[in-house]
Design a protein around this ligand. Sequence first.
Ligand code: NAI
Ligand code: MG
Length: 321
Amino acid sequence: MTSIAVVVGDGIGQEVIPVAQDVLSLLHPEYEFYPVEIGYGKWKKTGVACTPDDIVLLRDADAIIFGAVTTPPAADYRSVVLEIRKELDLYANLRPIKGDGVDIMIVRENTEGLYSGIEWQEDDRASTLRVITRKGSERIARAACRIARERGNHLTIGNKANVIKSDAFFRDICIKTAEEEGVPYTTAFIDALTLDVLMHPERYDVIVTTNIFGDILSDAAAYLVGGLGMLPSANIGDSHALFEPVHGSAPDIAGKGIANPVAAIRSAAMLLSHLGDIPGATLIEEAIRLTAEAGITTPDTGGKATTKEAGAAVIDALLRI
Ligand code: NAI
Ligand code: MG
C-alpha cells in the first residue's frame, strides 16, 4: 500500500493541496492519504508548529505532498519547512521551470548554506553562519550530474566564487564532480546568471547552486512561465521525498478561493514520477496544458476561474484524455 502524507499547512496551502490530492486519488484510487497538521496555524493553537510525532508521520510516508507554511517574522520562530528538510535530509530541491521555449531544471542545495540555521543576535549585530560542507556539495553535484545526464544535456554551476570563499569551495567540488561524471559544464556568477536566464532561457538546461541562490533564482525564473502559481518542486533525500509548490502561503490572497492550483497539481505530478508512474505525470501535464488552452485559469495568469473551477477543469481534462 502506497501511503501519502498530506500537509496542507497555512494560507493557500489549504486551498491548493486538496486539488492536488483529488488529482492523485483520481489516478491512484489505491493510494492511502493521511493528513498531518503542521504550520503556523497549529502553533497558534498549541504553541508548537511541528512535533516529533509529526516528523515520525512524515518519515512513515512513501511520499509527502506539502502546501506551504507561514513563517511570521518573529525572532524566536524558525521556518518549519527548513526543519523538515533537515530532519528528513531532503538535500536536493528540484525546481523545473517549464513553458514555451523554456525547459530548465534548477537543482538547489537544500540543507545548508545560508539556511544552516546557525545564527545568533547581539545588541548591535546579527549573524548567520553560511556552512558549505564537502559532503553536502558532493551529493548535490552528483544529483545534478545525474539529472543532466538523463536529460542528455549540460550543467551550469551558479556561484559567487569571486566574492565568497565558501562558494569557491562549492564551485570547485561541482567542477570536479562534473569532470568525474563526464557531464559538460560551465560556471557562472549567480547575479549575471539570473539576468541571463531571464533573457536567454534557451541557453540553460540544469543549473546547480547553493541554497539561497537557488531559492532566489527559481522565484525570478518563475517570470518566464507565468509566475509563482505555476512552479512545482521536489525535495528529495536518500530515504524521503516531499513535493510542494515553490510559492508560500500567500496571505494576501488566502481565503479568497483564487489561488492558482497548477503549482500544487504539478507537484503531484512530480510525486507520481518519483513513485515510478511517469505516464501519470505526463497525463497531468497534458491536462494542465489543455485547461490553459481552454482559457480556464486563475486571475494571476489572466483568467477568471476560481481555484476550485481551475482544479475541476484539470480533473475534467484528465477524464477526457
Ligand atoms: P508567496 O509565494 O506566498 O507569495 C508571493 C506573491 O505571489 C503573493 O502576491 C501571492 O499572492 C502570489 N502567489 C503565490 N502563490 C500563488 C498562487 N498559487 N496563485 C496566485 N498567486 C500566488 O511569498 P511571500 O508573500 O513572500 O510569503 C508568504 C508566506 O509564505 C510567508 O510567511 C513565508 O514565510 C511563507 N513561505 C513559505 C514557503 C514554504 O512553506 N515552502 C515558501 C515561501 C514562502
Ligand atoms: Mg522561496
